[in-house]
Design a protein around this ligand. Structure first.
Ligand code: FES
Ligand SMILES: [Fe+2]
Length: 342
């Protein structure tokens, strides 16, 4: 198993969890999410301890989730609170409960040791809460690839020129250097492309009539959260000082949750510094991202299929792999630490 367990993972969009329970597979475990009548979210192991019917086949009844076979009902802590077929409650009837918190429009679940779950550790982006910035929630993009293949991709600003030539990259500018820096939470990989034609995304949203300085800062937080700070401003007007004429800046946020070893889901959203109150602008950005992320999905699932052949062929390394290599090292270290302490 190659998962970090003691961390918060996005389990779904808050807005999708209404009065019906939802089944999810997270880190190979089957989980049911539901919302009790008081509006709070809950997450339980998705299996009734009686005859093992998935609890997601049942229904929410007030403060609990009722099994759809014989009506055993469990509260959000996983305790049995109703057993309609008998006088007393079967004390051994309980299911595992997972800590769950809502933030950034997402449900966050803790799959590890419950006493280590601290909601303050959930990633937060200050601009998400700032009315000067516009927020748009994207999709839950499932990709048939291990989550670390997605992380490699999100430590790598160079691929945009080849994989996303119409939206995020420019196939004519491929030699701009990349730098990276280790953080206590992961790795930042940076690329500045000065004085260049705006790429398709900034042509669409920036109205630039001149060349621009473009930045891509890929903040990859272990184990699987990527915050991509990217933008453009008129060349030579201070983009690198946090300013710049016509500055267009977007935080593209990817909250990646392993479903299984070979499948992941990327809950993505974005936050922009322009036209914050016009949802059609947010939707327009999402449309560009859907094109780009579908391109990533295609190549990553193809790579996973090759990896699955497991023919022991050694990969060739490139300098551009350095930050992804460091990131994988940090994730592996966390997995090793968890395994040792367990
Ligand atoms: S299987 Fe759930 S109550 Fe019987
Ligand atoms: Fe990409």
């Amino acid at each position: 198993m190659t998962f970090v367990k003691n961390c918060w993972y996005a389990a779904g969009w808050s807005s999708d969890l209404e009065d019906q329970p939802i089944a999810k597979t997270i880190l190979e475990e089957s989980v049911v999410l539901f919302r009790t009548v008081d509006g709070s979210a809950a997450a339980l192991e998705n299996r009734c301890p009686h005859r093992f019917l998935p609890l997601s086949a049942g229904k929410v009844t007030g403060t609990g989730l009722q099994c759809g076979y014989h009506g055993l009902t469990f509260d959000k802590a996983g305790r049995c609170i109703a057993a309609p077929t008998q006088d007393g409650l079967p004390i051994e009837a309980c299911v595992k409960a997972f800590p769950i918190v809502e933030q950034l429009g997402l449900l966050w679940i803790w799959m590890g040791e419950p006493d280590k779950a601290n909601p303050d550790d959930i990633y937060d982006l200050p601009q998400y809460h700032d009315p000067a910035w516009g927020v748009a929630h994207g999709d839950a993009l499932e990709i048939d690839a291990n989550y670390l293949l997605l992380c490699d991709n999100l430590c790598d600003p160079t691929h945009v020129n080849y994989v996303h030539p119409t939206t995020l990259g420019n196939p004519d500018i491929v030699d701009t250097p990349v730098t990276y820096e280790q953080q206590n939470w992961g790795v930042t990989t940076s690329r500045w492309t000065p004085n260049s034609e705006p790429v398709g995304f900034f042509k669409a949203f920036g109205n630039f009539s001149s060349t621009v300085d473009r930045w891509q800062l890929y903040h990859m937080h272990a184990p699987s959260t990527a915050i991509i700070d990217f933008g453009s401003a008129v060349a030579g007007t201070g983009a690198d000082q946090g300013a710049g004429e016509g500055r267009i800046q977007v935080f593209s946020c990817h909250f990646i949750t392993p479903i299984t070893e070979g499948k992941s889901v990327d809950y993505w959203l974005h936050v922009r510094n322009f036209e914050p109150d016009d949802p059609s602008v947010g939707e327009g950005i999402s449309e560009q991202f859907r094109i780009a992320f579908a391109e990533d999905k295609t190549i990553l699932s193809m790579i996973q299929r090759e990896e699955d052949k497991d023919d022991q062929t050694t990969r060739v390394g490139l300098e551009l792999d350095a930050s992804a290599g460091l990131f994988r090292h940090m994730v592996n270290q966390r997995i090793r630490d968890e395994t040792t302490s367990a």
